[in-house]
Ligand binder design. Sequence first.
Ligand code: MN
Length: 128
Amino acid sequence: MTKTILIVEDNEASLSLLRDFLEEEGYRVVATGEGVEAIALALEHLPDLVLMDIQLPNISGLVLADFIRGNVNLKNIPIVAVTAYEVREEEQLLTAKCDAIVRKPFSFDELNAVIGKFLTDPRRASLP
Ligand code: MN
């Protein structure tokens, strides 16, 4: 069954690249640039993984991660954080709330390897 990834990224160019790449990899993608809408989309679609930027308008990715972890229907969804943060304090917060951290700039190969730790590549899974 096709896996669904929720992308939360406020940079439109980055979001577009991520969406194209993940759809090409065989995932179903739902996406938003905004944290409050991300909560609504998560509850509606119950994604198999959340790929989120930490620096977002209105509510930060850390707040979004808190919401996901605190919601009975969402709490087990793997969260992959994308961040440019390099402050040690933030690193500890991220490690506590998220399942993996990908630092900008990253390659698609690197991202795919991280996502693949949580989701089986749907194309590979369908091979005989
Ligand atoms: Mn951002």
